[in-house]
Unconditional design. Structure first.
Ligand SMILES: C[S@@+](CC[C@H](N)C(=O)[O-])C[C@H]1O[C@@H](n2cnc3c(N)ncnc32)[C@H](O)[C@@H]1O
Length: 367
């Protein structure tokens, strides 16, 4: 189990300084081992003679993964020379003393090894959806919570604002709450929006504010909408539009899934991109989650079509993530039939979708 430790920062640094000053490798290791023993106490009630651990977060304390500390110490222990040993002690001290984050997230780069959960590869094969907290898969056409989870952790800081113009069952907003970010979602169907709010409110109270606006995201006045919540801009834009008419979400003619042609679908999507552009801070990220479709024997690359349009609109591409998706129950039951159809028709069965990661240019294209 990965235990989180609350350590007395200044005390640990003091001990590390003392260890650093020892010029005999054996004596140094003995002191290091004493520190290690204090960090692996099994129970909180066990005393550590050096006062390195704390029971709460008051005072000059920081939370750290026990695994991270023990790995760092192991590296120091395995080093053969005094010089190298001191180098690693210095690095550990830095990791504890300084928090180095970028402008767009709270990841402490001095302790980057602690963030096992953050994916950095462009291929995601996720075996199951996260169903913790208020997440449930009641909405056909939702995305798995891991998508907004990863993107929010990577591209926002605590208390920043996320905008999701196709919020559906509110997966993004649930993640905002879990991660202490604020969020605004837009949804065309009032009944889906109310159900989403109900679901979101099942979660723990957190400091974050999340709201759903019922409306057409191609027509919303975004400045006005944000103004209602006392903000002028958002720091992350996340869109999961319909994959054209693969799932027909409603009979509303403004629904992206109701557009008569691929071009009409692309045009309406572009309207949302243009309208939301002004409210995303420069240098921040826009995530688009979309899959392709098959029509009359032809693969329609919706993902790449939308990508090309976004790139004309003041964004550049940072990454394309390819993610597996689960078979729907219907398709699972007809697995053989689909395989037969694929063999006859000369096509491949969809098993992936895209997560496009765009970044808004620092200078807008109208500047
Ligand atoms: C793929 S789903 C989003 C699912 C969402 N990520 C979730 O996890 O539940 C797309 C959503 O966009 C909504 N939608 C379609 N056209 C819209 C429009 N013009 N304005 C706002 N919402 C729209 C649909 O009703 C649907 O709920």
């Amino acid at each position: 189990m990965n235990r989180i430790l609350i350590i007395n920062k200044s005390r640990v640094i003091e001990i590390l300084n003392k260890i650093y000053s020892i010029e005999n490798l054996q004596k140094l290791r003995a002191e290091l081992s004493r520190l290690k023993n204090n960090l692996i106490r099994r129970r909180r009630t066990e005393t550590d003679n050096d006062g390195v651990l704390n029971v709460d977060e008051n005072g000059d304390t920081i939370k750290l993964e026990q695994k991270y500390l023990l790995n760092e110490i192991k590296q120091i222990e395995e080093t053969q020379t005094l010089e190298r040993t001191k180098y690693y002690i210095e690095r550990l001290k830095k990791g504890i003393a300084e928090i180095k984050t970028s402008k767009i997230n709270d990841i402490n780069l001095n302790r980057w090894k602690e963030y096992d959960e953050i994916l950095t590869d462009s291929l995601w094969v996720l075996s199951k959806r996260d169903s913790t907290g208020p997440h449930s898969a009641w909405y056909w056409g939702n995305f798995i919570p891991q998508i907004p989870h990863q993107m929010i952790l990577r591209y926002t800081k605590k208390s920043e604002w996320v905008l999701d113009p196709f919020v559906g069952s509110g997966t993004t907003l649930i993640e905002c709450k879990l991660l202490n970010r604020n969020g605004i979602g837009i949804e065309l169907q009032p009944e889906i929006a109310s159900k989403a709010i109900e679901q979101i409110n099942k979660g723990n109270n957190s400091e974050s504010n999340v709201f759903i606006e019922v409306g057409d995201s191609a027509e919303v006045n975004y400045q006005q909408l944000l103004g209602k919540y006392g903000i002028k801009s958002v720091q992350l834009l996340l869109m999961h539009p319909p994959y054209h008419d693969i799932i027909k979400f409603s009979d509303n003619p403004n629904d992206l899934s109701n557009q008569k042609s691929t071009q009409a679908f692309v045009d309406l999507f572009c309207k949302v991109v243009d309208k939301t552009y002004e409210v995303l801070d420069k240098g921040r990220y826009f995530i688009l989650v979309i899959g392709d479709k098959y029509s009359k024997g032809k693969w329609i690359p919706l993902g790449f079509m939308l990508m090309q349009e976004v790139l004309k609109r003041g964004y550049f591409l940072k990454s394309i993530v390819v993610k597996n998706f689960d078979e729907t129950t219907g398709k699972r039951n007809q697995k053989d039939l689909w395989r037969y159809r694929a063999l006859v028709g000369g096509f491949y069965i969809f098993k992936h979708e895209y997560i496009f990661v765009f970044k808004k240019e620092k200078e807008s294209n109208n500047d």
